[in-house]
Design a protein around this ligand. Structure first.
Ligand SMILES: C[S@@+](CC[C@H](N)C(=O)[O-])C[C@H]1O[C@@H](n2cnc3c(N)ncnc32)[C@H](O)[C@@H]1O
Length: 354
């Protein structure tokens, strides 16, 4: 996709997903690129070589992540004044001027991260995943072995140590948690009526490109790709990063197929294979292999050596439907897909039964 339209489309997506600041900045970059001449020159220079990047490489988010990282590293003090993630206050004109100046004056620094795929670990998605886990525990009554593919930094593997508020205003989970997901759950979900909180006895994280959420570089990566004016997302992330310091979860470098191939069930537990917003990165062959292995595991499961496959992925139930973030559970015998709840890209709220 050409650069101008790619930036325009990302601006629209940011507006829709609640980031007026990124929508404004990206819209202005799109205007500049489409105007050409002097206005476009600093952006054309910094984006040189990326003109023909395919749409999914998300060049606009690469640029925003790279700039945000410079702000977080205190290498862009004028722009930092406008970035809420470091205590600044966004003001559209001033922010745009400082943004454009940074790109014009420090092109080499801005280019440092343009070859890097954006990588986030969306803590809000724990709302859907934990709702599904409560349902698994309600059905099996067993302690849980959590196995995640595409874990990024593995933060959601600590989801049982977060707290979640339902639509009656009741909180569930760890009272003292630094991660509080307000407005997490709506509808008649498994949190009603004295649900048993999951006892997680094992956590296995994996990713093709794992991020070390306990190291300086990993924390910087995960923070830089969160949109800088989305304070609530940043707060959740920071809380989860604190938890990860206390209770690190290893995320091993491995593709989904290899992890699921090597998976075995354990007596006295339910093994839950879960994943969020990673399925789209697998090719058809890897998807088929993962699903074939889940069938084998399901067939080998028993009521005391149980298996569940839980996913929170963008999908649609019928060809006519729009894509939505569905929480889908498969349990055995049967292995039938149940669409339990709908959520949003960044995780909240989770509407049970819709
Ligand atoms: C959009 S991120 C989602 C991360 C996390 N699950 C979340 O919801 O915040 C997708 C992740 O999938 C990983 N990934 C992509 N292809 C993969 C594969 N074939 N096997 C395992 N992980 C993969 C990426 O490295 C990235 O960390």
């Amino acid at each position: 996709m050409q650069l101008g339209p790619a930036f325009r489309r990302q601006a629209e997506a940011c507006a829709e997903l609640g980031s007026p600041m990124y929508a404004d900045l990206l819209g202005r970059v799109a205007d500049a690129l489409l105007a050409g001449g002097e206005e476009a020159a600093p952006f054309r220079a910094v984006l040189a070589g990326h003109e023909d990047d395919p749409g999914p490489s998300a060049i606009a988010l690469r640029l925003m992540g790279s700039v945000h990282r410079l702000v977080l590293e205190r290498r862009a003090p004028a722009l930092a004044l406008h970035y809420p993630s470091v205590g600044g206050t966004w003001e559209a004109e001033g922010c745009w001027t400082a943004f454009r100046d940074l790109v014009a004056d420090q092109p080499a620094a801005v280019r440092e991260w343009l070859d890097r795929p954006p990588q986030t670990n969306e803590v809000g998605r724990a709302a859907g995943l934990l709702a599904g886990l409560l349902e698994v525990v309600r059905r099996t009554g067993l302690p849980v072995r959590l196995v995640e593919i595409g874990s990024s930094g593995g933060l959601n593997l600590l989801g049982d140590r977060f707290r979640f508020c339902d639509d009656t205003g009741a909180w569930h989970g760890d009272e003292g948690s630094p991660v509080a997901l307000d407005g997490a759950w709506t509808g008649p979900g498994p949190w009603h009526g004295g649900a048993t909180w999951p006892e997680v006895v094992e956590r296995v994280g994996s990713d093709l490109r794992p991020v070390d959420a306990t190291g300086t570089e990993g924390r910087l990566v995960l923070t830089a790709y969160v949109w800088a004016d989305m304070r609530v997302r940043l707060e959740r992330l920071r809380g989860a990063l604190r938890l990860a310091q206390e209770a690190p979860v290893e995320v091993r470098r491995a593709g989904a197929r290899d992890v699921v191939d090597g998976l075995e069930l354990v007596e006295g537990t339910v093994t839950v294979l879960w994943h969020s917003v990673m399925w789209q990165y697998l090719d058809d062959a890897e998807r088929a292999d993962v699903l074939a292995r889940t069938e084998e595991l399901g067939a080998a499961s028993t009521p005391t050596r149980a298996f569940a496959h839980l996913q929170l992925e963008p999908r649609r139930r019928t060809a006519e439907e729009e894509h939505a973030f569905w929480l889908v559970l498969r349990t055995w015998p049967g292995g039938v897909e149940e669409h339990l709840a709908r959520s949003r890209g960044h995780g909240l709220p989770v509407d049970w039964g819709h």
